[in-house]
Write a protein that binds this ligand. Structure first.
Ligand code: HEC
Ligand code: HEC
Ligand code: HEC
Length: 89
């Protein structure tokens, strides 16, 4: 039983390691933003955020993040658009 569980865990781990972590914490002075990468990348094409080519490290700053993240939430009328809904102290 233990052996089966170990294998299952290993498979689950390597599958997600090929992608990014399921959730990413984006640091901000006014409260860190917890981003559910798994949910977002399931619902959207990679290139929406990562651009063309192989998705890799995405460098965000305040303006880029607000445009990308808030922009889509506003357009889709889904997802947080208020400061405190993203920035949590
Ligand atoms: C809604 C926006 C969004 C979508 C869609 C998205 N990502 Fe990401 N991704 C991010 C953000 C934000 C990060 C974290 C910032 C960072 O450290 O790169 C990230 C990080 C990553 C990383 C880690 C890079 C590193 O070196 O730490 C990989 C790999 C990645 N994404 C792959 C994908 C793939 C593959 C898809 C499509 C299946 C995808 N992403 C879809 C926003 C997105
Ligand atoms: C292409 C569209 C799109 C982009 C880009 C996007 N989001 Fe979202 N996000 C959504 C949608 C749609 C929801 C609502 C999902 C739901 O209710 O199931 C959402 C929900 C959320 C939530 C609420 C909790 C959750 O996971 O459901 C947070 C927090 C969030 N997004 C943060 C971000 C951040 C931070 C970024 C930028 C790095 C970002 N989003 C970029 C579409 C997007
Ligand atoms: C959709 C989620 C979201 C919403 C809504 C949002 N932010 Fe942000 N904000 C972010 C992300 C993501 C970053 C970038 C973190 C990084 O640089 O990786 C950020 C960065 C910032 C920074 C820079 C922090 C630093 O340490 O450099 C400030 C200040 C800020 N936001 C203020 C606000 C204010 C004020 C509002 C409301 C008017 C707001 N944000 C709404 C997601 C959001």
């Amino acid at each position: 039983m233990k052996k089966v569980l170990a294998v299952v865990l290993m498979v689950a781990f390597s599958a997600s390691a090929a992608l990014a972590a399921d959730t990413v914490v984006l640091k901000a002075k006014n409260g860190n933003v917890t981003f559910d990468h798994k949910k977002h990348s399931g619902a959207n094409e990679c290139k929406v955020c990562h651009g063309e080519g192989t998705p890799g490290k995405l460098t965000l700053d305040k303006d880029k993040a607000h445009k990308l993240c808030k922009g889509c939430h506003e357009t889709k009328k889904a997802g947080p658009t208020k400061c405190g809904e993203c920035h949590k102290k």
